[in-house]
Design a protein around this ligand. Structure first.
Ligand SMILES: C[S@@+](CC[C@H](N)C(=O)[O-])C[C@H]1O[C@@H](n2cnc3c(N)ncnc32)[C@H](O)[C@@H]1O
Length: 478
């Protein structure tokens, strides 16, 4: 049977699958409200503790809109398969709540996407380096298997979108033509808005064909009443000289004279380069410039934007910069970790939630040393030093690519903190939710081992640590 003859069946099965899908049971692992300066990794010593965190539904992203009231929204990073998570959102009353959904799913490239992991050198020996799989796009089955993954999710996006909302699906030559057929059927061919060609320079080339240097983004609306802000771009005059036409505004830059015209559907934007400040190390990370353009064209400040194949959180980062509310979901622990570090670094407010069936935070085996003393103005000074890291109890087996036995034992007995990517401290833990007062994330291969702050109140102290394999664990000190 050809995929073409299967399409009708794929569509009807997908509709049923979405309808019968069970909601993923979600739990909150960490809530960050970043009132303090982001670079310090602290939200102001706890003095402004949690003032802007409003209750959010289990699958929900945010309560209330950004802007206006001055309260900053509580966004969401979700660690879950997106189908069950979308159903949880729909069950929480978020059907029709999203102004914009962008997805950058696997492209059916039939390969795994790895990232290089480098550790600080232990006292003796050399620093281990290895490649760790960020996510798989291997698909042992045929194209039908891939389309059976995508189609029910398209039904889900349609339900979650507002009537004025838009869906952007980012793919390339592998399957974009099949995705367009599915989207024509699910969203209606009349709701096709644009096919954007994103042209870039990086990557290899072959002598047997023209260099493949573009991705394709399909832009569909849910209804004819969709929201769109036209964007402008420069159009250089012939010979770069002024035309001086009546009523036409002309500008000049270092290259020459130009006018501003409505932006076209071929975009030239650079990929995230090796030395780019944006680079997270997560494979297939997209540039923020691309997402900024999409968000600016289809959303307004305070709007809710979702990315259900979030990866390193590029959509979330762009949304945060533009004052949009955001939700970023990915099924991979390394993606959630990468997004968490990135959004904490931007000073965003967010909850990290996870599918309960994934097991949540594990009992920690790391060692932290606490020092508590009186501070001025009735406050308490607390310093927490992460002294030693150990893999948590019940951690899943390490990925096969990770440094095995001797190398890892050596790291664990020497430079064990090199395994920690992120850690945070809640100095007044309420026994239920981890709301850190301060956090540290690895940057340029290093992680701070001490958090010191003055708090209004110090109660039970909960320390949460996430390692390079994505294992998260906690310890509570009373
Ligand atoms: C191409 S990457 C996204 C990259 C992202 N746009 C960025 O800039 O970092 C695709 C992501 O989809 C995630 N993914 C694949 N299947 C998924 C599913 N069923 N539910 C949630 N995430 C999924 C993978 O883990 C991977 O991180």
């Amino acid at each position: 049977m050809t995929v073409l003859s299967e399409l009708e069946r794929i569509l009807s099965d997908a509709k049923e699958e979405w309808r019968g899908q069970e909601a993923a049971p979600m739990e909150t692992l960490e809530t960050i409200t970043a009132d303090g300066p982001a670079e310090t990794g602290s939200r102001g010593g706890g003095a402004k503790n949690g003032g802007d965190v409003r209750p959010a539904p289990v699958g929900g992203a945010v309560a209330g809109a950004a802007g206006g009231s001055g309260a900053r929204p509580l966004n969401q990073i979700a660690l879950a398969d997106n189908l069950g998570f979308m159903k949880a959102c729909a069950d929480d009353g978020m059907g029709g709540a999203f102004n914009l959904i962008y997805i950058d799913p696997p492209f059916f490239s039939k390969r795994n996407y790895d990232a290089e992991v480098k550790l600080a050198a232990p006292a003796h020996g050399t620093a281990p380096t290895w490649r760790q799989t960020n996510y798989s796009d291997a698909w042992p089955g045929d194209l039908g298997q891939y389309l059976r993954m995508l189609a029910p999710r398209l039904y889900g996006f349609k339900e979650l979108l507002a009537d004025t909302g838009c869906l952007w699906v980012h793919l390339d030559w592998h399957v974009v033509h099949y995705a367009k057929v599915l989207m024509d059927e699910i969203f209606g061919a009349g709701n096709f808005v644009n096919e954007i060609i994103w042209n870039y320079k990086s990557g290899g080339a072959s002598k047997r064909r023209f260099a493949r240097k573009h991705d394709t983004l399909l832009f569909y609306s849910k209804t004819a009443e969709y929201h769109f802000n036209p964007q402008k771009e420069k159009s250089y005059n012939r010979e770069l000289k002024p035309y001086r036409f009546k009523g036409v505004k002309e500008y000049k830059d270092a290259l020459g004279w130009y006018t501003l015209v409505n932006m076209k559907d071929v975009w030239e934007l650079d990929m995230v380069g090796r030395t780019s400040k944006e680079r997270t190390g997560y494979a297939t990370q997209k540039p923020e410039s691309l997402l900024l353009r999409i968000l600016e064209s289809c959303s307004e400040e305070g709007d809710l934007c979702g990315d259900f194949f979030g990866g390193s959180g590029t959509m979330a980062a762009a949304a945060e910069r533009l004052g949009r509310r955001w939700l970023s979901c990915d099924q991979g622990r390394l993606a959630a970790l990468s997004t968490q570090k990135r959004m904490a670094g931007l000073g965003a407010n967010f909850r990290l939630t996870a599918d309960r069936r994934l097991g949540g935070d594990l009992p920690g085996r790391f060692e932290a040393e606490l020092n508590i003393s009186a501070a001025p103005a009735g406050k308490t000074r607390i310093s927490v030093r992460l002294a030693k890291y150990a893999l948590p109890e019940g951690a899943p087996p390490l990925p096969p690519e990770a440094p095995q036995s001797r190398a890892l034992d050596e790291i664990l007995s020497g430079a064990s903190l090199g395994l920690v990517e992120y850690w945070s401290v809640d100095v007044d833990y309420d026994g239920e939710s981890h709301k850190p007062t301060a956090w540290k994330a690895k940057k340029d291969g290093r992680i701070g081992d001490e958090i010191e702050l003055a708090a209004e109140r110090v109660g039970a102290v909960r320390v949460r640590a996430v390692d390079i394999f994505g294992n998260s664990s906690f310890r509570v000190y009373t």
